[in-house]
Design a protein around this ligand. Structure first.
Ligand code: JFZ
Length: 437
């Protein structure tokens, strides 16, 4: 008898701890889930020559010495963090993530733990993170800090360049532990100085979770700020997933995810890279991302003087106009319906009673929706309010199979990029499944 009570208690206890942990994560990630769009910023000395961030010396496209000469050309002379933050706000994004230190080890803040920082080693001569963070806060935007766990410049870090190692970790644990301590110091330093809402780690692939002390990093961060969010690249100790092969085809299994993406083909500023996605293409990708329940972290790469290339400014502004017009269908929504029901991206209001359809291009006839069991109350063009008519075809009175819904979208209501329509239903959406009895 005692044994049974004990088992029951144990089960109840483990269940409560588990559900508390789950609620905790859901609460911490609530703003993230609703944010939908973030802006990623890769800014560093690589913008001087306009070459690959860190990878250019790692892959021997330039010598390490020549790579580091870029320190002398990094001025930040036209850096306007208020303009940056306003532009990010204007784009419709709810958060930003900035590189505080990339794999090259050059810190953008005044680090006590390494002189390899822009304050001591570049003409910029000042902390570049602090003013940006305070301008994000002024605009009510969440603050994300990118930090590379690996540091190819640090003399205690084992890897230097492709096929060139300084030493082997297992042969010199004292040296490695010195690096681990250094990493903890710098991470603590940026968390104490800038109080980020989100830590975006990178470069975790070079060592195991044990070697990085990933679990302890996570604990340290959560001890300092119980609400902090950690991205996936902490060897399994993060809060959300980063899809590896670009835009997912199917809805990812993880509840929280974020796709990071460049506007052209470079993370940092590379003047020769003109392969920009158009505003339409970016909006089209964004619609897919939110339709599948994720966030888009869209990257910009400012020049060495702090100006943002005009192509990038233009994309953010065009995106912003569209986001603002269609915000009803974007923020505080959840993933939409499977493509079997509508052949395009969609989202649902949180209560599931409103369906938003993102219309591809200019339809050459009424669009079709199928398998919706609910009755439709009304249909309108989001951001415009125009009511739209619909027709129901193929509805047999004796069958429970829902009819086909045809919605005509006149040319004069079409958006320059992507038209969104709202469909209010008589209750929470119910989808018909012909394979289910
Ligand atoms: C990393 C960096 O190496 C790169 O320079 C840039 O900062 C980018 C944002 O992050 O590159 C990666 C690492 C992992 C993946 C993609 C790019 N991944 O898992 O898909």
């Amino acid at each position: 008898m005692n044994k049974i009570i004990y088992i029951l208690l144990a089960i109840t206890f483990s269940f409560t701890t588990f559900s508390q942990e789950t609620t905790g994560q859901d609460q911490r990630l609530e703003w993230f889930k609703d944010a939908k769009l973030g802006i990623f910023i890769h800014w560093g000395i690589y913008s001087v020559n306009g070459i690959d961030e860190s990878w250019s010396f790692y892959n021997n496209l330039i010598s390490y010495e020549d790579y580091m000469k870029q320190l002398n050309g990094f001025t930040a002379s036209n850096y306007d963090p208020a303009f940056w933050a306003n532009l990010i706000k204007e784009s419709g994004a709810k958060y930003a993530v900035i590189t505080t230190k990339h794999h090259d080890g050059v810190a953008l803040w005044n680090s006590k733990f390494s002189d390899l920082n822009v304050v001591k080693k570049t003409p910029a001569g000042r902390d570049l993170i602090k003013p940006f963070v305070s301008n994000l806060r002024k605009n009510n935007l969440k603050v994300g800090l990118y930090y590379s766990l690996l540091d190819w410049s640090n003399p205690d870090y084992p890897n230097f360049k492709i096929n060139t190692k300084r030493y082997d970790i297992d042969s010199d644990s004292i040296r490695w532990n010195r690096f681990v301590k250094f990493n903890f110091n710098q991470i603590e330093e940026i968390v104490d100085n800038f109080k980020p809402d989100l830590m975006w780690f990178d470069g975790d692939w070079e060592q195991t979770a044990e070697k990085w002390h990933a679990k302890e990093i996570r604990e340290m961060l959560l001890n300092k700020n119980k609400d902090i969010i950690i991205n996936s690249r902490l060897r399994g100790y993060g809060d959300y997933a980063t899809p590896e092969q670009g835009l997912p085809i199917h809805k990812p299994k993880s509840k929280y995810w974020e796709l990071c993406m460049t506007m052209n083909d470079s993370w940092g500023y590379q003047g020769n890279d003109k392969n920009y996605k158009t505003p339409y293409q970016i909006i089209r990708i964004f619609a897919d991302v939110i339709s599948l329940g994720g966030n888009l972290l869209l990257d910009i790469g400012p020049k060495q003087d702090g100006t943002i290339p005009e192509e990038q400014v233009n994309i953010l502004q065009e995106l912003g106009k569209w986001m603002n017009k269609n915000k009803q269908a974007i923020f505080s929504t959840k993933a939409g319906i499977p493509r079997d029901y509508f052949s395009g991206p969609s989202t649902l209001s949180k209560d599931g009673k409103t369906l938003y359809l993102f219309i591809n291009g200019k339809p050459n006839g009424p669009i079709m929706l199928k398998g919706i069991i609910n009755k439709i109350n009304r249909i309108w063009v989001v951001g415009r309010g125009t009511k739209l008519k619909h027709e129901i075809k193929m509805k047999a009175w004796w069958s429970k199979i829902p009819g086909l819904v045809f919605i005509d979208i006149p040319d004069n209501v079409l958006d320059k990029y992507m038209t969104v329509i709202g469909i209010s239903l008589d209750g929470e959406i119910q989808l018909f499944d012909n394979n289910k009895k």
